[in-house]
Write a protein that binds this ligand. Sequence first.
Ligand code: BGC
Length: 256
Amino acid sequence: MRLKNKVALITGASSGIGAGIAERFSNEGALVAVNYRPDSPRDRDAAELAVKSYKASAIAVEADVSKRDQVEAMIARVVKELGRIDICINNAGIEIKHDFLETTDAEWNRVLGVNLYGSFVVSQAAAREMVKQGDGGRLIYISSVHEDIPFPGFTSYCASKGAIRMMMRNVAMELATHRITVNNIAPGAIATPINKSVLENPTAFRNAVSEIPLGRFGTPDDVASVAVFLASDDAAYVTASTYYVDGGMTQQVTLY
Ligand code: BGC
């Protein structure tokens, strides 16, 4: 067990990559807080069912990560019910496909609000607790291969992920003296609900796989393996880095 008795908050953990990380962390002995968004009974049920199935103590915590008051209440609840906070996985994220010329302010603000502001405010609130506790900690942002490579039709998403890359590196510098390490995991094409339309369209799926040197979509567990490493004592000397979990996708190999 590599995370025994560590307390971990994972945002956006009722499905997809976040759910995969929460389950793995629990199996590694962590006490997990599974965040889900308000106004979605399906997400609440999934989060509550998940925490009941874990062997280690775990709680489901509701909060819209783009709202500071809800985030601060969530962090306070984690500390009250699980005792402290050692690991914060900033995973909650959304994407809205719309051409640059058509993108509305509402779409831009929603994507940047959840992905970038949400990552800022959750990691800040968690880091304040870690600094108070005084014995280090781990902040991990789930960015994307699109913190670096373009994704036409997804300018707001790419802007949020590129910004997370710089935020992560800056925060890592500021928190280093507190022994809080700060890193990104940049997933490529992972088989989760965010990719539903591609997974259900054989042509789009074939095209997507052809861009992945390892020849398959990743799984939430592929991402969780790296998250366990970064959250564990094994990664004590790793900070300000991005770990790509993309089957080689970012190399953009030219095949002709
Ligand atoms: C996006 C997916 C996309 C993948 C690879 C992820 O960040 O959320 O929609 O398939 O990057 O392009």
